[in-house]
Design a protein around this ligand. Structure first.
Ligand code: ADP
Ligand code: MG
Ligand code: ZN
Length: 476
């Protein structure tokens, strides 16, 4: 039997505010445990929360970027449960009236666009972090994370495969980073994902029983966990059993999912309106203000790079992966109207150097001016493309201009026919066997002679001219 896969994702995005959602403690990651805490975020009796307005700003930003309806009246709610990382015994979140509803995010799958519904986006506070010390059999709690603001983004069950889930997460993460509201770091937990998954026989209209997967802290884990869970569901159904509505933990060591608890229902949490916070009223002026400052979104940028610069889709996708790389590209193009050539250099050399040095393009020693000057030197015949790669490397380590490097190292291309002819003549004399084979018709050997010339000139010979001369002289 064939099955449909149904997936809905819940993403928790930690917001890049300087302070927590209901107090003025810092949100910085990696500080000494329990140093960024105060009576509010460790839940002392009698304290009162005060909402950080930035959190609402960020929520509206994401809501607009995902085509949501922004709720005018927002109330916070208490979600009650007992766990040591939750000092108040409840989490302040939103239940009814979430900030954003009924949106969507378009994703690309197999070269077609698919629209994934966004059910809701709401604001809430993060819990503390438990650290289980297996040696001493003790658990430690770091409350630095307690009260750090989150947006929870819940998708409709519109996702139909692991590949679509992956694509959705990539798209959403890129959007959050573009909007500068989340750093998108999955390993550090600032972008977390729970996956709900069920299967049903193909053709059936109702959904099967779902399980919820937790504890996946990389894109690879999400993919593996989903694939594992989908197979597990099918296995149970094929052997005549029933999938239980459970919350499952992904175990990255055994590459399996393990049941953690039976799935909780919302009435288990005794939600009720938070009496310590007044409703947040979002008026049109507030929304307009945010809309005005919305940056160009990844999809729009991608489309513009194709339409305005005539780049292939692939280039546009790579170049817009981050806003700063896209800006770098556009600075180059404003200096030299040769988008594809510039794109080639960025996609290969620039991105490679960035990756190797885990550097930011803003601190890259090769400025757009330098890259463009180098491309000009290639185009006016001063240097060969091969030499340009060496020059690029040198620019990236020393930050010196391409003109200076060319002058100092004597890298100017050899375009003098007489000089090149002398070199070719010598190579022909020294390689009678190859010449013979070439003349008998193995013209692929041309590359061998070109290589010899390049060796002799340390790559400085003009390739086109070299090719021409070799052909001519071999004919004689
Ligand atoms: P919960 O509080 O149990 O996590 P939510 O309604 O907040 O429930 O989120 C449920 C998530 O599960 C949503 O992303 C939704 O799209 C998804 N979902 C709902 N039903 C199914 C199903 N049968 N199979 C897969 N995913 C589902
Ligand atoms: Mg859930
Ligand atoms: Zn605090």
């Amino acid at each position: 039997m064939e099955y449909d896969v149904i997936i809905g994702l819940e993403v928790h995005a930690q917001l890049l505010t300087e302070t927590k959602i209901f107090c003025s403690c810092s949100t910085i990651f990696g500080d000494k445990p329990n140093t960024n805490t105060c009576p509010v975020c460790i839940g002392m009796p009698g304290v009162l929360p005060v909402l950080n307005k930035k959190v609402v700003d960020f929520g509206i930003k994401l809501g607009l970027a995902t085509n949501c309806h922004i709720s005018k009246t927002n109330i916070f709610a208490r979600k009650n449960y007992f766990y040591p990382d939750l000092p108040k015994g409840y989490q302040i979140t939103q239940y009814e009236n979430p900030l954003c509803e009924h949106g969507f995010l378009d994703i690309n799958v197999d070269n077609t666009v698919k629209r994934i519904g966004i059910t809701r986006i709401h604001m809430e506070e993060d819990a503390g972090k438990l650290i289980h010390d297996l040696k001493s059999h003790r658990s430690l709690i770091d409350f630095n994370r307690a009260g750090v603001p989150l947006l929870e983004i819940v998708s409709e069950p519109d996702i139909r495969s692991t590949a679509e889930a992956y694509s959705y997460l990539m798209e959403l993460r890129q959007l959050l980073v573009y909007l500068e509201i989340c750093d998108g770091n999955m390993e550090q937990g600032s972008f977390r994902c729970d996956a709900n998954v069920s299967v049903r026989p193909k053709g059936s209209v109702s959904f099967g029983i779902r399980t919820e997967l937790k504890n996946m802290n990389s894109f690879r884990h999400v993919q593996r966990a989903l694939d594992y869970e989908i197979n597990r569901h099918i296995g149970i159904i094929e052997s005549g059993g029933n999938v239980l509505p459970e919350t499952m933990l992904w175990d990255a060591v055994s590459n399996t999912t393990q049941p953690m608890r039976t799935k909780e229902e919302s009435h288990d949490y005794r939600y009720f309106p938070e009496p310590d916070l007044i409703p947040v009223v979002v008026d049109d002026a507030w929304i307009e203000e945010i809309e005005k400052r919305l940056p160009e979104l990844p999809r729009d940028k991608r489309a513009r790079f194709v339409n305005v610069y005539g780049l292939p889709e692939y280039d546009a996708e790579v170049l817009t992966q981050s806003r700063s790389v896209a800006d770098y590209f556009e600075q180059c193009v404003s200096l030299l109207n040769s988008p594809k050539e510039i794109s080639n250099w960025i996609m290969t050399e620039v991105l490679r150097v960035l990756k190797e040095g885990s550097e930011d393009i803003k601190t890259l020693k090769v400025t757009p001016e330098m890259l463009v000057s180098m491309i000009r030197l290639i185009n006016d015949g001063t240097i060969s493309g091969k030499i340009a790669k060496d020059i690029f490397e040198e620019m990236a380590t020393t930050g010196r201009s391409p003109e200076l490097i060319v002058k100092e190292k004597g890298l100017v291309q050899i375009t003098d026919e007489d000089i090149l002819k002398d070199i070719v003549r010598e190579i022909i004399e020294n390689n009678p066997k190859e010449v013979d084979v070439y003349k008998k018709g193995k013209v692929q050997l041309l590359g061998f002679f070109v290589g010899q010339v390049m060796n002799a000139t340390k790559g400085k010979a003009n390739p086109r001219l070299t090719n021409k001369i070799i052909r001519e002289m071999l004919k004689q």
